[in-house]
Structure formats: structure tokens, C-alpha cells
Design a binder for this molecule. Structure first.
Ligand code: 5RP
Length: 252
């Protein structure tokens, strides 16, 4: 039994290391697009963390706008120059991760709970590059991930009931201590698992209509290009046909 457990732990660790390598490959490919003089939005998550470490080695003369407290702290500790949207309302580029990406480059984001700030920063960017490992590609949104919805703590159970009426299973996100997870904005997250999402734009609008909702993790028409790390390196997807060819070849 012990032998069995340690072997499966080894396998798990091995595949996690592999996925980390794919994330790094996508981060490295996107980092090349950061040029001198640019103002660049930074998303959040483990892939963006890899990006920041790469940028810290390359030291491009650019200004970065972070979208979470954790990313702000890391970027500033590693010596990147930071700015705000107030001073730089037009960004040359935004680089961010995602939890799911569909063939139209629509996404589910917010596993880290930072999607509200990420959406704000992305809305200021001329170009949005998404960095993911190949496990994030799906044929239809909602295959695996729930849609994270940031809500006001006030009467959140009522908001949760309203969200469930949109035909989803709504669960309050909690910490390991079973307290509500609190976002950088002081709000809660309700994770809503929908059956596969056929009309993401419609659902995005419907969720935002629920009183108490601050922002949801559906990102429609936001991504311009997707950088996908995989066994053989990184694929740059610029179109739906690039996406479909990639998943056909990779058998995702
Ligand atoms: C955080 C996000 C992240 O970009 C998303 O969860 C992907 O994270 P990771 O790179 O760790 O897989 O939306 O709110």
C-alpha cells in the first residue's frame, strides 16, 4: 500500500513538473513581446509568476501594471518598474493566464480570484496575450472549470441563490480554515459550475445582471493570441483554425 501511494505520488509530481515546464515555455514565448518603452498589464496566477521571473532576468525597460496584490509584490521585489492605469490608461500589451480557453479564444478565469482586476487591466490593453499549458484548452467552456463570480459579502447567500437560478451549481469559495475566501477587493467568490457553456457572452451578461455581483470570470472577446506550452515547446495560436489544428495534432 505504502509502495503504491508513493509511486502514485511520484507520478503526480512528475506530471505537475511537466505542466510547470509547459507553463514556463508559454511564459518565455510571450515575454519576447515585451519591448523597450512599452506599458504592459500583468495578470495573475502561476503562469504569470513564471513570466515575471523571466522578465526580472531580462530587465526590459518597460512599465508594468499589476492586477493583484501578490503579483504587485512579486514584481516590485524582483525590480520591475510598476505603474497605474490612472497614469497609463492605454496599455501596449496585457499578458495573463486562464483556466479554460475555447476555440474562439473565450475564457474562464479567476481560479486565483483576481479576475475583476484582470478584466479592468485587460480592457485598457491594445493587445491581450494569454499564456497557458495545453491542459487549459477546451472545446467548449465549462468542460472542467466553474465560473468564478466575485460578489459583495452583503447577503451573499441571496446572491448565491440567484446565481443558481441561472442553471448552475453555486458554491461559496472557502479557505483551508473553512472561512470565506476574500479577494483583494474585500469581496467573496461564488464558483458556479454550469453544464457546458454554449453562449458565453449571453451568460456573462446574465451573471452581471444579478444584484450583488461585482464581476464574473467569463472573458469573451478579450484574448488576441494564445501561447500554449506543451511537450514540444510552445504553440502561438492566432486564430480559431490555429486552435483547431493544434488540438487535432495534440489530441487534447
Ligand atoms: C487568476 C486567473 C489566472 O490567470 C488563472 O487562474 C490561471 O492561473 P494559473 O496560471 O495558475 O493556471 O485568472 O484569477
Amino acid at each position: 500500500m505504502i509502495e503504491f501511494l508513493s509511486r502514485s505520488a511520484e507520478i503526480l509530481l512528475g506530471s505537475q513538473l511537466e505542466v510547470d515546464g509547459w507553463k514556463k515555455a508559454s511564459a518565455r514565448a510571450a515575454a519576447k513581446f515585451v519591448k523597450t518603452g512599452m506599458v504592459v498589464g500583468l495578470g495573475s496566477g502561476t503562469t504569470v509568476t513564471q513570466l515575471i521571473r523571466i522578465l526580472a532576468e531580462q530587465r526590459p525597460k518597460a512599465i508594468f501594471i499589476p492586477s493583484s496584490i501578490a503579483i504587485q509584490k512579486l514584481a516590485s521585489e524582483l525590480g520591475l518598474e510598476l505603474g497605474s492605469l490612472e497614469d497609463h490608461p492605454k496599455l501596449d500589451l496585457m499578458i495573463d493566464g486562464a483556466d479554460e480557453v475555447d476555440p474562439d479564444f473565450n475564457m474562464i478565469k479567476g481560479k486565483g480570484g483576481a479576475h475583476t482586476r484582470e478584466k479592468i487591466v485587460a480592457s485598457a490593453a491594445r493587445k491581450v496575450l494569454i499564456i497557458v499549458d495545453r491542459t487549459k484548452l477546451v472545446k467548449r467552456l465549462g468542460e472542467r472549470a466553474p465560473v468564478p463570480v466575485e460578489v459583495l459579502p452583503f447577503e451573499y447567500k441571496f446572491t448565491m441563490m440567484k446565481l443558481a437560478k441561472l442553471n448552475g451549481k453555486a458554491i461559496l469559495r472557502t479557505t483551508s480554515a473553512r472561512a470565506p475566501f476574500v479577494t483583494d477587493n474585500g469581496n467573496y467568490i461564488i464558483d458556479v459550475k454550469f453544464p457546458q457553456i454554449s453562449r458565453p457572452a449571453e451568460l456573462e451578461a446574465k451573471i452581471d445582471m444579478v444584484p450583488g455581483v461585482v464581476e464574473n470570470g467569463l472573458f469573451v472577446d478579450v484574448a488576441d493570441e494564445v501561447f500554449v506550452g506543451h511537450e514540444g515547446g510552445c504553440a502561438r495560436l492566432k486564430s480559431k483554425s490555429d486552435f483547431l489544428n493544434f488540438i487535432l495534432r495534440a489530441k487534447v
